[in-house]
Design a protein around this ligand. Structure first.
Ligand SMILES: CC(C)(COP(=O)(O)OP(=O)(O)OC[C@H]1O[C@@H](n2cnc3c(N)ncnc32)[C@H](O)[C@@H]1OP(=O)(O)O)[C@@H](O)C(=O)NCCC(=O)NCCS
Length: 379
């Protein structure tokens, strides 16, 4: 490599193009998000998560018969192998769900007959299975950690409603099923974010899909990425009441702390996913008969915008919605993972289909030419 081939270092790789992809496009200056050519506004308004999962994985919207076949395939894989339930039941009850999710996906990978087949066809099969299994892993994984029995998946409910059915162990409210469907769609895919990039780096070594997904779950866990939805809810709970919202935000900013659920590397004038979900914070609050979290969000949004010129990202409204639906906070980031499995898989497939090892360089800033001292002459 010659000097002219070396791209200057950019902290956080900001603005660096690290690949070419046809899975999604973030048009930040227009506040648009596009999955495989379709605007997220249209998908959010009209689609079922299963259609979007098919779109993200296969590259186009399904016909009716393609959708039926895909749904049947998902249904077939909703239940987890009994060996995996044994693994989950053997985890200490104090385990965290993101860790359990990694254990779950790694276990499925260890048991997967097609594990070492990275062909397009095998990868699609594994992605479809994982899309079905991850929802069960999150819902029933959480139940097991709570000391409850897993709920057998439904054969009739769609993906999002079945998720709620398994999590709560009862028939879900129809409206909440629709809202869950929407958040699954909005969380499905988002370009070269940290967890997707992690998945692609792992896949680029020719490691298998389950290994790449296990790594991606780890990257998603952090509060600067998927963990922000849980951190945002903890922040709202710390605020407590609308009258404390402004002073709480000012106090945090005064201490140079970040307000979780705000800001984004790509979007600087607003995250379209947050705009879509904002209406649903209001609708869910009205349905729950308590406007408190809507009002707290309203004030926090105005103050963070005024003080820092930062907009909420998708995690901020999603957190309040999940909370009002009665979902326990440690399940929020795992839900994100259960939706993002589609995007991760699509990127892993794209990587394997046209692979080159992802291996950047670093600039060394440590010492050189130190004289070696025998151990009894050191310090
Ligand atoms: C997502 C995030 C990491 C993107 O940040 P980025 O583009 O890399 O920007 P930086 O981390 O370099 O921050 C730039 C400046 O904005 C500030 N900032 C960014 N997000 C902030 C937030 N949520 N609250 C307060 N200040 C914030 C930083 O403190 C920094 O200020 P400084 O220049 O005075 O030090 C960042 O906005 C963040 O930490 N948000 C909170 C976590 C979150 O919601 N993550 C989910 C993303 S979908």
């Amino acid at each position: 490599m010659t000097e002219k081939d070396i791209v200057p270092y950019r902290p956080g790789l900001e603005g660096v193009t690290a690949g070419i992809s046809s899975v999604s496009d973030i048009v930040a200056e227009e506040n648009r998000l596009i999955y495989r050519g379709y605007d997220i506004l249209d998908l959010a308004a009209h689609a079922e998560f299963e259609e979007v999962a098919y779109l993200v994985l296969h590259g186009d919207l399904p016909t009716r018969s393609q959708l039926e076949t895909f749904k049947a395939e998902l249904l077939k894989h909703r239940e987890l192998p009994s060996e995996l339930y044994s693994v989950l039941k053997n985890l200490p009850k104090s385990s965290n769900l993101m860790g359990a999710l990694q254990v779950g996906v790694a276990t499925l990978g260890a048991m997967e007959p097609l594990a070492n087949d990275n062909s397009h066809e095998a990868n699609l099969q594994k992605a479809t299975k994982l899309t079905a299994q991850m929802a069960t892993l999150v819902a029933n994984g959480w139940r097991i950690l709570q000391g409850k029995e897993p709920t057998p998946p439904s054969n009739s409910l769609n993906h999002a409603s079945n998720f709620l059915h398994m999590l709560f162990g009862k028939e879900p409210d129809e409206f909440y099923g629709k809202v869950m469907n929407l958040t699954f769609i909005l969380y499905a895919e988002h370009g070269y974010n940290a967890s997707t990039f992690t998945a692609r780096v792992i896949a680029s070594t020719l490691a298998d899909m389950h290994s790449a997904v296990t790594g991606a779950i780890g990257a998603l866990k952090g509060a600067l990425h998927g963990g922000a939805n849980e951190a945002a809810m903890e922040a709202m709970l710390a605020v407590g009441t609308p009258d404390r919202a402004e002073s709480w935000v000012l106090e945090q900013l005064g201490q140079k702390k970040r307000i979780m659920g705000f800001g984004h590397r790509e979007y600087k004038t607003g995250d379209i996913r947050a705009t879509i979900l904002r209406n649903y914070v209001q609708k869910v609050a009205e349905r729950a008969g308590d406007m408190k979290w809507f009002e707290i969000q309203d004030i926090m949004q105005k103050v963070v915008l005024r003080e820092k010129n930062l907009h909420p990202n998708v995690d901020f409204p999603a957190a309040a919605i999940y909370y009002m639906m009665g979902i326990d906070i440690p399940v929020y980031t795992p839900i994100f993972a259960a939706a993002r499995i589609t995007g991760w898989s699509a990127h892993i497939i794209e990587q394997h289909d046209n692979n080159r090892l992802l291996r950047p360089r670093s600039d060394y800033n440590g010492p050189r030419d130190l004289a070696f001292k025998p151990i009894d002459q050191r310090g």
